[in-house]
Design a protein around this ligand. Structure first.
Ligand code: ZN
Length: 54
């Protein structure tokens, strides 16, 4: 399963999560540090960046 890296815009901490594609598509990513949903994805190498807004 792919691991995704994220940066929280609220607390500026980075974290990683292993998500299924369906979980990722739903966009329910929450910062484990401050519970903010304002997270930015840091793309892993094997996925192309899309312009889709999270
Ligand atoms: Zn945070």
């Amino acid at each position: 399963m792919p691991q995704y890296n994220f940066l929280c815009r609220a607390c500026k901490k980075e974290f990683s999560k292993i998500l299924t594609l369906s979980e990722h598509e739903k966009g329910k990513i929450v910062c484990p540090h401050c519970k903010s949903k304002d997270v930015e994805q840091r793309w892993a190498a094997f996925y192309a960046v899309t312009s889709k807004k999270i």
